[in-house]
Design a protein around this ligand. Sequence first.
Ligand SMILES: Nc1ncnc2c1ncn2[C@@H]1O[C@H](COP(=O)(O)OP(=O)(O)O)[C@@H](O)[C@H]1O
Ligand SMILES: [Mg+2]
Length: 278
Amino acid sequence: MTEQEQIDQLYRIQGFDNDVEEALHDALIVDVRLFENSSGHITRTYEVRLDSGHVCVFKPGNGLLEAGQDGLYNGKQALVRYDHTPVSTVISECAAWQLAKHLREPWSELAVPTVLKFAKLPDTAKTEFGAAVLFRGGNAGKRGFYETVSEQVAAGAFFDALIGQQDRNKGNVMWYPERKVMYLIDHSFSFGKRGGNRGASDLLEWRLRYGSPELDAHEFESLERLLQSEDAMTLARFVEQERVEALRARAEEMVHTHRLVVLPTDVVNAADRGSVSE
Ligand SMILES: Nc1ncnc2c1ncn2[C@@H]1O[C@H](COP(=O)(O)OP(=O)(O)O)[C@@H](O)[C@H]1O
Ligand SMILES: [Mg+2]
């Protein structure tokens, strides 16, 4: 599958089984502007308004190839370190949502509806492909969720273990204390390949330390459902084969051991976690 075919396939798949996703897919973009929160991040993000009334955060894949505001090419370094390309990061953002949707609750509530879209960026006037992530309330980078919604943290840990999340620092969780909900954001560096996976997840670390590494019955059944699905809950239709095989291998290991898989963390990543893509 070429990257173009992946994009084409995803474009055909998205918009089913979920009203919000359908609206995001069908909608036309009426406004794109630089997202105020994007300072301090390795890539520029944009705020996109749709004619459906929805607002999304738009993350252009090629943004990772540009120098950041600090003049450093951290995006390029992250692509090399985690074995990704601009297309695979956008595909991963969308795949995380597709998987969560098919796994159903609680994961479909924790992940955020995300679709691949093309947007004309105001600063470059170029039309770029990227992930449009539905705007959610709350704050990124806060910690209070560990104590308050520990069952959501535990579910997030399972999700991270499954998708081979490579970058779940606390900056990639949105915490909305007034509603007691957290959202998992930023799946650019996930669906790590087998062996090449330098994954790290604060949620997974938390669950292994304070919760149970054992799968609960719902997690176990959900993995069985994934493994029984011929196209890996649609992911095999648009995600690189190597990444889907790695996903299946993690699911199989968890079903076999009844435990969460622990993602190998490399020394470099552990040392500077948070600076990669908080
Ligand atoms: N769905 C969302 N709703 C609201 N804000 C978001 C959403 N997704 C991302 N953001 C904001 O944009 C920032 C960058 O998003 P993120 O996906 O983490 O990109 P990066 O790859 O640059 O780290 C987040 O820290 C958060 O403040
Ligand atoms: Mg981030």
